[in-house]
Design a protein around this ligand. Sequence first.
Ligand code: NAD
Ligand code: DAU
Length: 348
Amino acid sequence: MKKILITGGAGFIGSHVVRRFVNKYPDYQVYNLDALTYAGNLENIKDIENNSNYNFIKGDIVDEIFVNELFSMHNFDGVLHLAAESHVDRSIEDPLAFVKTNVIGTMNLLNAVKSQWKNNFEGKRFYHISTDEVYGSLGSEGLFTETTPYDPNSPYSASKASSDHFVRAYGETYGLPYVLTNCSNNYGSYHFPEKLIPLFINNIINNKPLPVYGDGNYTRDWLFVEDHAAAIDLVFHEGKNHETYNIGGFNEWKNIDLVKLLCQIMDEKLGREEGTSKELITYVKDRPGHDLRYAIDASKINRELGWNPSVTFEEGLERTINWYLNNEEWLQNVTSGAYKDYYKKQYS
Ligand code: NAD
Ligand code: DAU
């Protein structure tokens, strides 16, 4: 029986990872540690909350005393660390919150595993989940590889880059058995509707403007979240210690083209006349320091571990849109209250 700690398991990607581990590994006890910030929601993992191998712990990784107490109560075999402040726009408003959770929180976990595992690292693993944004921005050519130099441009990516460096440093200095992955933009169910795809789905449903930053010619590489969870499972179990793997969808889209595609599919789904939702597109002030293009070379994880995305963008978008249309209550719950204040501040 292994004890596995997953941080941030009430968030978007974390909930998919928790669900996968709880269902696929009945001999693991899975501990989901989450502070339930605005982005964390226990509804995201309601379907597995009564499983006998699932445990929820509410707590803040920034709180060093709490983290140390948790590790004094449980001897974890593995940690999958996803808890983070994850939204670039919020990092521009409040960078310190990102330093606290993404840097200090990661440090607290690293120190806790280091002192718990001491020098007996047999069968132990710390898995740090990171982002392609640490590499900065690409021009119109090229791809990020595992050896691309770090060049973060937003407070969010700077905080993630910093935490990546600490993880690597603990590996080099103390021999901590870590693996690290840098992934591109995810989409899918339970995605908080302040990120591009769920925000625009929600706005189309409600006939609200679709705020495209700048000229819309920014490019992102989109990966279906369940494919990311599958990659995380694989790297956790079969990745090599002290290695980094890039994960991506081989699926680049300019924002404006993606938004037009979303509008077209949503018109069909909602039985609206073709072109109706496109009328909602509104070009707004650009994001400061907006990275032009992200694109991942995921050949290493394919070559060494045999991973490939399994869901096409067409299928993934269809499943995602259907999920939001069928989960109106979830959408309404997360877009009431504080969401409205955020929205007003960001887009007015
Ligand atoms: P999210 O914002 O949806 O979820 C983050 C979760 O962490 C929430 O449940 C939140 O309550 C929890 N959390 C935040 N601060 C905490 C704290 N101090 N203590 C404990 N829990 C805390 O994020 P996401 O999009 O699911 O991203 C998860 C991870 O994957 C992050 O590390 C992110 O950097 C990385 N990542 C995300 C993407 C993406 O496209 N969303 C892509 C690549 C990498
Ligand atoms: O690349 C991985 C990263 O992807 C993750 O590390 C982050 O946690 C995740 O939030 C995401 O970051 P982005 O900044 O790329 O995602 P976001 O959905 O915020 O924006 C996607 C693109 O859409 C980006 O070019 C900005 C643009 N955009 C976004 C919003 C919210 C708009 O044009 N309008 C908007 O209202």
